[in-house]
Design a protein around this ligand. Structure first.
Ligand SMILES: [Zn+2]
Length: 476
């Protein structure tokens, strides 16, 4: 990976024009004293939200000129200078729906910056959802990596009795890889290399922290017009389970990207399931069509064995009996990996070589994220990324100063020991409430929702229908 001193020009061309994301608000600046019982839960407060029990110390005014968030101005009781840019936040529009939760594009009234606001619904339905949401929240606050989406802020919660939903602010990205793949815009080999490099760079970080994403798919890979990529949606993520006798849920990963060991009912799996998904995405970037697009999990497995051939018995060691019998009952299939060369002109020998190291049936023999990063196919992606896209290297008049560690691991593993002390929903609520309050302390002027904003009501309506549609993928 020696490319210090290289004067090779990097093409960081725009992939797509910057989206018009509007300019609305519906959050307000607030102080540490909370706007209690803000009526975020529409069903609890059908006639409209109540006034905050305590008046926020910081002022908030009607924001923008669009009028979408017809918010009631709130009184001043502290110097206006404490608030850099008093304003309301109105929602722009929904920008995505994750495994759990809805994401909107909004403007941060403190600095006018476009950010994404995610509502995490149904937090306190039961202990499992409580733990899941807290895990995702803690992960978002833990991440410090340019290719992994992290929390910029968490909105101030109301008093604990009225605490029903959590709102997290993250960086706003312009699109995702699914939208890019299905669009008519050209995807060159350079694009594919820089995307794949960043996916693996982010995954190496996650896996080094002991985190399995478990839902890697193009829609969960956010991208900007400068080709910067961030892995998002940690609704299904969990900590790696070192004890192979402990059962893990199989209700993970969107079917097209699901690894064979999960399809075959393995009760224990590891980070290799994410690498399988990356292999599927790599092939999809090359061919611009889903690699294994099956109607059912069994057909999914059949499509995989059509390409890779019938796996040896050793590769099915952890499979459930029924799945193993299904494979053995069928005809013996030879591998047909040469069809990968027909994905596109970009499917060079180097590309197919790396692809075949990811699409390995046996998870124990599949390449790891860090080994994949050492593959020569990714050298140009690394060069491009660190020449003009990263934050870890910088330019001086004499040239570019590169970082010592191109693909950093996490500084420490993500700890989930706090989950053991979470024994009831109420206890979980207290823990999460304290976590958010402590997380915010002293960092920035806190934000909270202004429930009187008309725009906020439309936001709530859009999230309510989604919440009812969210499949219960609660895990153990
Ligand atoms: Zn760099």
């Amino acid at each position: 990976m020696a490319f210090h001193g290289s004067a090779r020009p990097a093409v960081c061309g725009n992939l797509f024009p910057a989206a018009d994301l509007g300019h609305k608000y519906f959050c307000v600046n607030s102080s540490g004293s909370t706007a209690a019982c803000s009526g975020l839960n529409g069903s609890q407060n059908p006639a409209g939200p109540s006034q905050p029990a305590e008046t926020p110390r910081h002022p908030a005014t009607v924001g923008g000129s669009t009028g979408g968030g017809a918010a009631v101005p709130q009184p001043h009781s502290s110097p206006a200078s404490e608030v850099p840019c008093p304003a309301e936040m109105e929602p722009d529009r929904p920008i995505g729906y994750g495994a759990f939760g809805v994401v909107w594009s909004v403007t941060d009234p403190r600095d006018g910056r476009k950010v994404a606001l995610k509502k995490m619904p149904n937090v306190f339905q039961n202990l499992v959802s409580c733990k899941r949401v807290f895990r995702e929240l803690r992960m978002l606050c833990f991440f410090k990596h340019d290719n992994v989406l992290s929390a910029l802020d968490i909105l101030q919660p109301p008093q604990i009795d009225c605490f029903e939903e959590i709102y997290v602010i993250t960086e706003l990205m312009q699109s995702d890889l699914h939208k890019v793949i299905v669009s008519p815009q050209p995807l060159t080999t350079d694009h594919i290399k820089v995307f794949l490099y960043q996916i693996l760079r982010g995954l190496k970080y996650l896996h080094s922290a002991g985190i399995l994403h478990r839902d890697i798919k193009p829609g969960n890979l956010l991208v900007n017009s400068n080709c910067l990529l961030k892995i998002c949606d940690f609704g299904l993520a969990r900590v790696e389970e070192p004890d192979s006798s402990r059962h893990m849920t199989q209700e993970v990963v969107t079917q097209y990207y699901r690894a064979p060991e999960v399809l075959m009912g393995s009760r224990h799996y590891g980070s290799a399931i994410d690498i399988w998904s990356v292999g599927c995405i790599f092939a999809e970037l090359l061919g611009r069509r889903i690699l294994f697009q099956a109607q059912s999990p069994i057909q999914q497995l059949d499509l995989i064995t059509d390409l890779l051939g019938t796996p040896p018995l050793t590769a099915m060691a952890s499979a459930c009996e029924g799945a193993r019998a299904h494979i053995l009952r069928g005809p013996h299939k030879p591998p047909s990996l040469s069809v990968l060369y027909m994905l596109s002109d970009g499917a060079t020998h180097e590309a197919v070589h790396l692809l075949c190291r990811m699409l390995v049936f046996d998870p124990a023999k599949r390449i790891s994220g860090s080994d994949a990063l050492s593959h020569p196919y990714l050298d140009e992606g690394r060069l491009r990324y660190h020449t003009c896209m990263c934050k870890c290297c910088y330019s001086v008049p004499s040239g570019r100063v590169y970082t010592r560690d191109f693909e950093p691991a996490a500084e420490r593993p993500f700890s989930h020991s706090y989950e053991e002390s979470m024994l009831s929903v109420w206890q979980g609520k207290e823990l999460i409430h304290r976590f958010i309050t402590e997380h915010q302390q002293g960092k920035r002027v806190p934000l909270c929702i202004n429930p009187q904003s008309a725009a906020f009501k439309s936001f709530i309506r859009s999230t309510a229908w989604h919440s009812s549609k969210v499949s219960r993928k609660e895990e153990r």
